[in-house]
Design a protein around this ligand. Structure first.
Ligand code: RTP
Ligand code: MG
Length: 137
């Protein structure tokens, strides 16, 4: 059964570009409750562990450099069917492919710098709740 919590981060580009308030408003308006939230910055170890599933991919070094270059907003969100519904709200990884009205369509600037993270499975969400967020809950 799907769990009712997911994990998100407003990525460094989203924070740098001043979209934090607008993104949080979209999240609230879509019916998610913010259970915990913190502005923080990932260390290289945090980012490498968080995206370990991608460590063989050609973009891994770029991804780690991007995710560590500035502050993020990490949050735990609650809503029925949270993981799937949040992925729908953020849209496709590449903003060119993201549906109209999604957070990435509105605020992402590229495939790499796409404004927001969302867990893609309940198992991943559970794992991520113990990584950067262990400092916020
Ligand atoms: P996320 O985990 O951050 O929510 O993103 P996602 O599921 O939509 O995409 P994923 O495949 O997990 O990729 C993680 C992040 O790596 C960067 N990326 N760059 N240059 C590239 O080809 C490329 N591919 C992926 C993006 O920042 C993506 O969100
Ligand atoms: Mg992913």
């Amino acid at each position: 059964m799907a769990t009712n919590r997911t994990f998100t981060m407003i990525k460094p580009d989203g924070v740098e570009n001043g979209h934090t308030g607008a993104i949080l408003d979209k999240i609230n308006s879509a019916g998610f409750r913010i259970v915990a939230m913190k502005k923080t910055q990932m260390t290289k170890n945090d980012a490498e562990a968080f995206y370990a599933v991608h460590n063989e991919r050609p973009f891994f070094g770029e991804l780690v450099a991007f995710m560590t270059r500035g502050p993020i907003i990490a949050a735990i969100l609650e809503k029925e069917n949270a993981v799937e519904d949040f992925r729908t709200l953020i849209g496709a990884t590449n903003p060119v492919d993201a549906a109209e009205g999604t957070i990435r369509k509105l605020y992402a600037t590229s495939m790499g710098e796409n404004a927001v993270h969302g867990s893609d499975s309940d198992a991943v969400s559970y794992t991520h709740l113990t990584l950067p967020t262990k400092r916020i809950v």
